[in-house]
Structures are given as C-alpha cells and as structure tokens.
Write a protein that binds this ligand. Sequence first.
Ligand code: HAM
Length: 420
Amino acid sequence: MTSKETFRAPKGTRDILPPQSLRQRALTDLFAEMAGRYGFGEVVSPMFEDLGVFQRIGEGTDVVKKEMFELVSRSGDTQLALRPELTASVCRAFAQHRPLTPWKVFYQGPQFRYERPQAGRYRQFTQVGAEALGSDDPLLDVEIIALASRFFQALGLTQVRLLLNSLGDPEGRPAYLVALTEYFEANAESLSIQSQTTLQTNPLRVLDSKRPEDAAVIDGAPLITDFLSDSAAGHFASVCAGLDQLGIDYEIAPRLVRGLDYYLRTTFEFAADALDAAQNAVGGGGRYDGLVEQLGGPATPGIGFALGVDRILMACDAEGVFPGPPAAADVFLVDLTDGTQSLALIDELARGGVRVDRAYDNRSVKAQFKAADRSEAPLAVIIGEDEVAAGTAQIKDLVTGDQRSVTRSELLVEIRKLCS
Ligand code: HAM
C-alpha cells in the first residue's frame, strides 16, 4: 500500500474559492474605481523588499520584531522580507523614482505577518490602501479619510466608526513622552508584566494594551492632545473642520496609538462595531512625514491608510450587506445535439461579453438542466437538432420558466438585452 501525503494551506493562510473570490474581487474593484475618482493611480510594487525597508516601520514594533517573514536569497548575500504592509514600499518607490508631487497612489494585494492566527487575523491577508506624498495640507488628510469613509458607505456598512487622533509633531511629542513615561513609571506596579516591558522600549505602545489589568492606569494617563505644539494643534483643528464640512462623523480618540512607529500628527482607525473587539479594526492610517527621508529620499510629508479586506468582508457578513456578484454565469447552455453546438455558442457569447457556462461529457437533458439550476444562471440557451435545422435557439428564463425562440443571428443581442 502506498501512503499519500496530504497537504493543507499553511497555518494562517486560506484558499479563497468562488464565489467568495468573486466577492473579494468586486470589493477591490470598487475600491480601485473610487480611488481613481479621487485622483489616485495604482502602484504595483514587489511582494518582497530589502529587509531594511521594513525595519524603518519601527524596530520596536511587533511587526518588525516578531512578525516578519524573512527570506535569504540563494546567494546568501541579500536579506529580504515579505511585505507586512505597503506604506514603507510606497515610500521606497517614491525615494527611488522621485515622481512629481503630490503623488497620490492606491494599492491592493496580499501582506504577510507571522501572527498567531485567529478569526480575522491571518498570516497572509489582503489590504487595499492609498498614500499621498508631497503635501502636508490638512485638507489632503481630510480627502484621504473621506475616501476610506465613503468606501465603507459604498459597501453599505453603517456600523463603522472613525476614531481620530493627532500624535503630535517632533516639537510637542518629546514633552508628551516624558510626561507619559513619568506617569507609567509611577504606576508601574499596577501594569501587567508585558506592559512593564513595553514601557522600557516604547511608552506610547503601552496605551495600546488591551489587557484588562492595564485599563485603569491607561485611563488616567496624560493625553497627547494636551501636549500638541501650536502648529500640530492647528493642523488637527483643520482636519476636524474639513471632516465636519463633509459631514463625516468621527470620535476624537486621544489614546489611539497605532502598531507602527512612523506616525506623526493625524492618525486614525476604523472600528467595525458589528465585529468582536479583537478584530474590529478594519483599517487605519495617518501621517508619516519622516518616512521617505528615512528611506533615503528627500524630506517629504505623507499620509495614507490601509484597510483589511478580509475583516471588511466579515463586517459585511455581520451587517448583511455587499453580497457580491449574484452568479458566476449569466447564461447556461443546454445542448441537445451531440454537444458540438456548445463549442461555437460559448465562443460567440463569451466574445460578445456574456458570462456563459455549460455541462460537459454529453450529459442527459435532465442532468444539464440540473447543472443549469446549480449554476444559478438566470437564463438558459437551449439548442437541439430542430433549432440547428431552423437556424434558431431557445432562450429560457430560469426564474419564470418562460421560453421563446430567436434566430441565431439575434441571439447575442437578445441575451445582452436580457442581461443588462
Ligand atoms: P495596520 O493597522 O497595520 O496599518 O493594518 C491596516 C489594516 O489591515 C488593519 O486595520 C486590519 O484591518 C488589517 N490587518 C492587519 N493585520 C492583519 C492580519 N494579520 N490579518 C487580517 N487583517 C489584518 C498598516 O498596515 C499601515 N500600512 C496603514 C497605513 C497606510 N498608514 C499609512 N498609510
């Protein structure tokens, strides 16, 4: 007896099969369409970069310290990593190509993080996102946030909250870090062991702890909004005013910090209330005005966001919205000849823009109609010897059962009319 090895998708990854894959595609297409309307062009960058590119995200962050998929090239002389996010790649591309500013780009695609898998947290996941480089105009912040908010609205989601904060600028941030560190050190014995360790490397990240034992200390921590420089406070006020003007709701969240270290000034997150708190962050972003420079480019302000497609689809399920395209095929062919008619008909209809499917292996009429039902196609085209002789075909509405004959030369036009 031979034993066959069985393989499964690696831990933390998933196969996305039809029709879910069609729904995901519809979502990313909608995002691309909307980003285009707001003046963003698509950037496609490599799935892996020099490790150093991603180390600029922040040496102290989990993403860099614990979650990077590192690769060594065969020659052994280049250290690479699968991208855990795209902001650093976009800034690397900007520094490399020096496009005209403002440079407004969007992206979609898989990211890789070696995280402990759980619902809504994967080792390969898909993001859509947008970045705008070369301007620190607060109205650009508003436009970026509006694009993400309007996208959630276009999907039909109504339970997504926008949390907004400013993380200050290099002028005001040091004073805040001193105050925060002093406060946490004075209350260190009440913090969890993990947060006591985080405090040594990055006091800001203690604010992000979700551990219940840290909650009381975090509640009393100084607020960044009380430490903003005049210019950061003015910038933040303009962002808020712009969102008010567009009627986009937000909550000021003065304790919002993000998992990546490059943020300054505007930062935001989208929380989907229909999901459990552990995976309700469906997107986030902010300003990263120093990142291009750190990657060897000229000092260039930047702002952007990324949204988690897997989680957004979970939120759509929870809210019962965005079901995705109804069926894979518009038309199912039922061929009552020896099957040869289908070949030319599929070719004609598919080239004419109709989504068409059929059965194979000369199945019985009954089996072909069963397959038509299973396909959920709304229409069947039936062709038998009589139709071949008369130069016609039957169109059957599979919902109402109505059937009528059309000439072969009218078939494509008729089907297109019915599908539009
Ligand atoms: P991020 O908050 O790390 O930000 O990720 C953005 C979104 O990606 C999250 O809100 C979440 O929906 C999704 N996500 C992250 N990790 C996972 C995972 N393991 N499984 C499933 N979904 C996940 C960034 O990536 C920044 N680059 C955003 C940005 C763009 N900031 C400025 N520009």
